[in-house]
Design a protein around this ligand. Structure first.
Ligand code: CA
Length: 222
């Protein structure tokens, strides 16, 4: 019986969901397996989430996109494969080590020319893009980096996307730590504040999707 609340996925039901809906290209599967042994493998987006981002990019006909937080490249590769041949991603990260894996897979998938990697703190890159007249030119942005800077990334991304453009922000349910008041570490505090601010933000429409660790979708109002 429906309670009006999102179904709590058991492992079996999650496996079923994947079995009837996941269409993961071979190169993404290889990247996921390659990253599974990485000490920070939990930073990789879930495969159904990669597919969802690709779906959104196709749905809105995105051409120019932004990513803040690349890690080993699963989300950027998902998006790049969904973009048209003249599509572009400006991808921001600070780790030469993690993004070297990403670069290898972008090459392997034949999409390296669509991805412009900027190795610098994300805020610097986004401010630079604004200064270079990229305001309101992006169709889509994905934010999945250090949580303490989430709100700053969001404010800059909101300036960079066009009216009706889409911003997706990852980890907004933060494994449920948000509703445990005794948890007060900087990342948890930052996500709590981020979610509260977005709830009140009348510049946007939003929807929080209970996929993986929670994904907020923001549409910039005209
Ligand atoms: Ca994430």
């Amino acid at each position: 019986m429906s309670t009006g609340k999102t179904l709590n996925l058991t492992q079996n039901l999650h496996e079923y969901l994947l079995s009837v809906s996941l269409r993961e290209p071979e190169v993404l599967l290889q990247l996921r397996q390659d990253t599974a042994h990485h000490p920070r493998a939990n930073m990789q987006v879930a495969p159904e989430q990669g597919q969802f981002l690709a779906f959104l990019v196709k749905l809105i006909g995105a051409k120019k996109t932004l990513e803040v937080g690349v890690f080993t490249g699963y989300s950027s590769l998902s998006v790049a494969l969904a973009l048209p041949p003249d599509g572009k991603i400006i991808a921001c990260d600070v780790s030469e080590e993690f993004t070297s894996v990403a670069r290898r897979y972008w090459e392997k998938a034949g999409v390296a020319d669509k991805i412009d990697l900027r190795l610098a703190p994300g805020i610097e890159t986004l401010e630079y893009l604004l200064a270079q007249c990229h305001a309101e030119t992006f169709d889509f942005a994905f934010i999945d980096a250090d949580k303490e800077n989430y709100y700053a990334y969001y404010e800059l991304a909101l300036k960079l996307v066009r009216p009706s453009g889409l911003i997706a922000i990852d980890n907004v349910l933060w494994s449920g730590r948000l509703i445990q008041p005794e948890i007060q570490d900087p990342a948890t505090l930052a996500i709590r504040e981020f979610n509260s601010k977005l709830a009140q933000d009348d510049r946007i429409d939003l929807s929080l999707i209970a996929i993986a660790d929670g994904l907020t979708l923001v549409r910039k109002r005209n």
